[in-house]
Design a protein around this ligand. Structure first.
Ligand code: FE2
Length: 387
């Protein structure tokens, strides 16, 4: 039988995962395992105020080189360079990021500068680096972005205010410590929207053009866990079992989309994020069911898998009907969690939809969407439905 190129794939996930209540305490040992002695904690002021940075600093003990707490939503190039200069000044030979996706991405950028020197923009693009970078342990305080296991960092170029993409296997964090105590204080709305980002990663990984079986397994289990535990995290924030399972789900979804890629939902979410500052998770949450129905006839069997993982009763349904049920289940989930379901309720003006549709066409995620998009008009129609 001839070799089928369609069936070939690469799966890569070098991040060592440590999960458990109080697992943050292992950060020093993990640092030692990486051959590092002094770590700079990279975080933001909110995480410091919540007392979470201090837990990590204490766990590091004499290996704590200092703390940079200047990370912000959508960190820019200058901020990464400033943070890296501070790390150098403090004699740090490793980084421990404590925060959401933006903070982890900042540390990814810093890990390059500390190793390679020069200007961050020299390393923008795909697979520019040729060797391992500064050791980096990621400790997420949200459960959604998957940045703790992915090879991408989104960093803003202040001058053009565009989001620059740094994609490189050498910036995947070496270790991710998933400690439910680190997400227990996340407010309900943020818990829900970041959690919906993870669900979107999983669903898009299942239908992306680069989908493959190992990523499928990761994504399907992530969907099972999210459907069961995300509402519990929202309704009962201190439910550490639910928090932990949601963290595992977000990380597994991260591994899935890091290998299989995402698709149209992310392309559209990036556009309304850039133009109207709609938070990433919220944009995904609103757009996901619309795009699922749009893509459905391209790969109904994939959506039947999603429906099954969601635990829906699909007896007697064909794949198309099961896919429709899966999209409905997403609406049901966001309704239960009180997440807005229309773009108009997320600060998007109706007269901005056309620009957003145009912008979506040039987004890197769109090329992995299962259904080929020819014209902005198709995306605009979806934006109108979601508005
Ligand atoms: Fe995302």
């Amino acid at each position: 039988m001839a070799y089928n190129r369609e069936l070939s794939f690469v799966h890569y996930n070098p991040t060592r995962l440590i999960f458990g209540e109080n697992s943050v305490k292992d950060v020093g040992i993990e640092l030692e395992n990486l051959g590092a002695n002094r770590a700079l904690v990279v975080t933001d002021k909110g995480v410091v105020e919540a007392g979470l940075a201090e837990i990590v600093e204490k766990a590091l003990g004499k290996r704590h080189a200092g703390t940079f707490d200047g990370c912000v939503q959508d960190s820019g190039v200058e901020l990464v360079e400033e943070a890296a200069a501070y790390a150098r000044e403090m004699g740090a030979d490793a980084l421990v990021s404590v925060g959401g996706g933006s903070t982890i991405d900042t540390a990814k950028g810093m890990s390059i500068l500390l190793k390679e020197g020069g200007s961050l923009m020299d390393y923008c693009g795909m697979q520019v680096l040729s060797r391992p970078q500064t050791p980096h342990i990621a400790i997420p305080t949200t459960a959604g972005t998957g940045s703790e296991v992915t090879y991408a960092a989104v960093i803003k170029d202040r001058e053009s205010s565009t989001k620059m993409l740094f994609c490189d296997y050498h910036i995947i964090p070496n270790v991710a410590i998933l400690d439910p105590l680190m997400t227990a204080g996340l407010p309900p709305q943020l818990t829900a929207t970041t959690g919906m980002d993870a669900l979107t990663h999983a669903v898009e990984a299942i239908h992306a053009l680069q989908r493959q079986p190992v990523a499928d397994a990761m994504a399907l289990h992530a969907i099972r866990l999210i459907m069961e535990y995300l509402p519990r995290c929202v309704e009962q924030g201190d439910d550490l079992v639910a928090r932990g399972q949601q963290q595992i789900a977000a990380t597994m979804a991260g591994i899935a989309f890091g290998n299989a890629q995402v698709g149209l939902v992310h392309a559209m979410a990036h556009s309304v994020g850039a133009l109207f500052k709609v938070p990433h998770g919220l944009a995904n949450s609103i757009l996901l069911p619309h795009v699922m129905l749009f893509n459905l006839d391209e790969c109904p069997e994939r959506y039947a898998m999603v429906a099954a993982a969601m635990g829906l009763d699909t007896r007697g349904l064909d794949n198309m009907e099961a896919g429709e049920a899966a999209a409905k289940a997403v609406w049901e989930l966001t309704r239960r969690m009180g997440v807005p379901q229309r773009l108009r309720d997320a600060g998007v003006p109706e007269d901005g939809l056309e620009e957003a549709a145009e912008l979506s066409l040039s987004d890197g995620s769109i090329v992995y969407n299962p259904k080929f998009i020819m014209e902005a008009e198709e995306v605009l129609e979806l934006f109108r439905q979601a508005w």
